[in-house]
Design a protein around this ligand. Sequence first.
Ligand SMILES: Cc1cc2nc3c(=O)[nH]c(=O)nc-3n(C[C@H](O)[C@H](O)[C@H](O)COP(=O)(O)OP(=O)(O)OC[C@H]3O[C@@H](n4cnc5c(N)ncnc54)[C@H](O)[C@@H]3O)c2cc1C
Length: 322
Amino acid sequence: MLKDLFIGLSQNQFLNSAAKKYGLKLGAQSVVAGTNIEETIRSIKELNAQGISCTVDNLGEFVYKREEATEAKEQILEVIEAIHENKADAHISLKPTQLGLDIDYNFCLENLREIVGRASKYDMFINIDMEDYSHLQPSFDLLDELSKEYSNVGTVIQAYFYRAEEDIKKYKDYRLRIVKGAYKEPEEYAYQDKKDIDTNFVKLIEWHLLNGKFTSIATHDHHVINHVKEFVKANNIPNDKFEFQMLYGFRKDMQLQLAKEGYNFTTYVPFGKDWYGYFMRRLAERPQNLNLVAKQVFTKKTNTMLGLAAGAFLLGRLTKRK
Ligand SMILES: Cc1cc2nc3c(=O)[nH]c(=O)nc-3n(C[C@H](O)[C@H](O)[C@H](O)COP(=O)(O)OP(=O)(O)OC[C@H]3O[C@@H](n4cnc5c(N)ncnc54)[C@H](O)[C@@H]3O)c2cc1C
């Protein structure tokens, strides 16, 4: 119920534009690295210093105006230059709908071609994030088209889709990120039961670890992470064939611990003003993430104020009783 509510909210256009105006409030700032490139590079450098690589996402999706898509492309090109100039250990994640997929396929392809081409000059990887089912096949088509010219591009396999097994086999020679899947999808295309999704997730990870080029295991699920650790050990899979990925701001201790244990680790670093849809999907995945909101609203200062107010209230009651 709560999951559906947050997913529904994530796609609300009105609230999305209101959120852009309102700024990074309501707790989103703890899971978004910055609103501009400068702040974001600073966050990346801090993570790099701890042995963590980054994949940078210029927040934004479901764009329906050409000028907005062009603006997003320019921003991504700027980020690529900033990563290169600052010698940061980072690559790019992007969403085709931010770059015009809902406007015109060829327009989107041209935007992506420019981005992938620029990144290839610096030997930088570009990951095409996967969105909802209606954009799945067009996103694979974009990947097919770009791979004719470039090798620095890969994508995501969402384990909740029935077709994921077929896709992972087809794209085994790509660097692939494997995830459970973040959108609400109909039974026609996707597993609904958490247990079925988890089972397929592990099955796909194991298959790609054994047969694929490079596997990014993107999850906060410690059961899966512990299973992968055992699996790679038992199958002599070297550390340079895979990595773990988590989102910025989530399970920070575990992120650091995995990096310290010598595993390749990449943090997904979102930045920008268009944080609303991203943030709502995080709440849908795990309503406990609302704690992040609570932590943000009840800062040390407000807690102190509330504490003092509560103290004064109690004292008042006790004095009256006397
Ligand atoms: C780097 C990255 C990139 C992604 N890219 C995409 C994409 O391109 N397309 C897409 O559809 N989805 C993407 N996702 C989202 C993904 O599909 C899932 O929706 C999301 O990761 C939640 O599933 P989970 O595997 O983390 O674990 P969940 O199923 O949410 O949680 C499983 C268990 O792990 C534990 N757990 C989870 N989170 C926490 C926490 N914060 N603190 C403590 N315990 C916790 C709990 O025990 C929980 O029951 C991405 C996720 C990551 C991490």
